[in-house]
Design a protein around this ligand. Structure first.
Ligand code: NAP
Length: 484
């Protein structure tokens, strides 16, 4: 099996923030890999844009360094790198000023796709949109790509949507949530909607609860000042975990089409109940094991920002009424592991005497690492002496199933950028979706801010705060162990 390369039209891609961290670590290495795969048509160009006064040669040298640092050795080919670098241009531009814009205008060509990637601080999104319009650089077919965070509450997200809407239609705006670009996240839709097996059971009648975990081992060091204004709820739950929840909970769209998929996700977000304060646990990692704690990293000794959050969420619709979704995400935890676990209910009646041996069926979808699926099944314990039960995993690691092709899977940014060029918005958030997610998150955040609540400390390398365990214990359930 060979990964298919879907041709795209010739394009000019302008990357505002072309000298920044995201461009270096993800965007340029990703574009190089697409070039290597043969997906960048003859004549396509990438133009970096930032304030730094760099010559084209100097900028190209920074891109070469980024490829050297962030592309695996096996994917480096000197001739291909040279050819790729030959496609790169640079313009010195100030998002807030007038300098550079006429130069960029002069570089644009007719009859090619024009895409503008806003890989800069969100305060500049509006300025760039405005100037692209003012200087006649964007046309009716141009696309803009907007990085996260998209607002920090409903009011700011709405204001940003309104600013962008002054110059671009919704069909031109690509709001990135890189989680949606992950292969395994898209696989959630394939598993649900390309198999008949699960769908009949995919409802409150048969599903006891769902756990969504995104655990990281890293702390906030290096970006503590930024993170301290955000926290796990804004940084992870409102966007990434919300998207995962939507893909698990949504109704089947009539077609795998951008608006059909996004309509269904929006319905899920709108059906979310308000979360009760007792169903929220916030944590902050402590110092330990010779490493500094959160407050040292955030440089704010009085910080009340959470580096961990666990929530119990209910969806009020016919499919899910009564089935809780437990979400948790945090930093400095025991392992780096993201997974969705769907725990089924017990059979209506047991014909076996071995009630103690019985365990629930659990479908675990591992997003990272070791992407794959695991279905926990009951079988007979081997041997004579009656019918005793035991649980075994039906384990499918995608890397085993896909063989060598698993290494060729594009990373989230590569896939998403190519979707922009193809004009496919399915894996991008629509404006109303982002606003609905903030409308749900805002009162939760306001609740703890008004009460001045401090997060509970937790040990680095643990599974999070004690109260998070209680969140499930009080419902007679347990979190799955966090492990790679
Ligand atoms: P960064 O390293 O601080 O880079 C910012 C870039 O913006 C630089 O190229 C900078 O170059 C340019 N810039 C700053 N002010 C400008 C202005 N007035 N006009 C034109 N260019 C200007 O930021 P980053 O980490 O790459 O993040 C970029 C965006 O991606 C942010 O929205 C961030 O939230 C988002 N994001 C980043 C990551 C990540 O891993 N880094 C992950 C997810 C989302 P000059 O100073 O030369 O102008």
């Amino acid at each position: 099996m060979v990964s298919r390369v879907i041709p795209v039209d010739t394009f000019d891609l302008v990357i505002f923030g072309g000298t920044g961290d995201l461009a270096r670590r993800k965007i340029f290495p990703g574009l190089y890999r697409r070039f290597l795969a043969g997906q960048m048509p003859e004549g396509s160009r990438i133009i970096g844009a930032a304030r730094a006064d760099l010559t084209e040669a100097a900028f190209r040298a920074t891109v070469r360094e980024a490829i050297d640092e962030f592309v695996p050795e096996a994917r480096k080919d000197a001739a291909v790198i040279d050819a790729f670098i030959g496609r790169i241009g640079y313009v010195s531009i100030d998002a807030k000023g007038t300098g550079g814009w006429p130069d960029l205008r002069a570089m644009m060509r007719e009859n090619v796709v024009r895409a503008f990637y806003f890989s800069v601080a969100p305060v500049l999104f509006g300025d760039i949109a405005e100037r692209l319009h003012e200087h006649g650089i964007a046309d009716a077919w141009s696309r803009i790509v907007v990085e996260k965070p998209f607002g920090r509450d409903l009011a700011s997200a709405r204001a940003l949507n309104e600013t962008l809407a002054k110059h671009f239609t919704e069909a031109q705006i690509y709001r990135i949530d890189h989680y949606l670009g992950k292969e395994t996240v898209q696989n959630l839709m394939a598993v649900r909607f390309a198999n008949i097996l699960f769908e009949p059971l995919w409802k409150a009648e048969y599903i006891d609860h769902v756990q969504i975990t995104v655990a990281e081992t890293v702390g906030v060091e290096g970006r503590g000042a930024y993170y301290d204004k955000s926290g796990a709820m804004r940084d992870m739950v409102q966007n990434h975990l919300m998207q995962l929840l939507c893909l698990i909970a949504m109704e089947p769209p009539y077609h795998f089409d951008p608006d059909a998929v996004r309509d269904e996700k929006l319905k899920v977000i709108r059906a979310l109940d308000a979360v009760k304060p007792e169903d929220i646990v916030r944590g902050q990692y402590l110092a330990g094991g010779g490493q500094e704690g959160y407050v040292a990293h955030s440089e704010n000794p009085a910080s009340k920002t959470e580096s961990y959050i666990a929530l119990k969420v209910h969806i009020s619709n016919w499919r899910w009424k009564g089935t809780p979704f437990y979400l948790r995400t945090g930093k400095r935890l025991r392992a780096r592991a993201s997974e969705i676990a769907i725990t089924f209910k017990e059979p209506p009646h047991s014909i076996f005497d071995d009630a103690e041996g019985w365990r629930e069926n659990v479908l675990v979808i591992r997003l990272q690492p070791n992407e794959g699926m695991n279905l926990m099944m009951m079988i007979k314990e081997p041997g004579p002496g009656g019918m005793r039960l035991m649980q075994v995993p039906l384990d499918m690691a995608f890397a085993d199933a896909l063989g060598a092709d698993a290494e060729d899977i594009p990373d989230a940014y590569e896939r998403l950028i190519m979707d922009v060029i193809r004009g496919n918005q399915t894996l991008f958030m629509r404006g109303d979706e982002v606003e609905a997610a903030w409308a749900w998150a805002d009162p939760i955040i306001q609740g703890w801010e008004e009460r001045g609540m401090k997060p509970q400390g937790y040990d680095p390398g643990s599974s999070g705060p004690e109260d998070a365990l209680m969140l499930m214990h009080k419902d007679g359930r347990r979190w799955r162990e966090i492990r790679e």
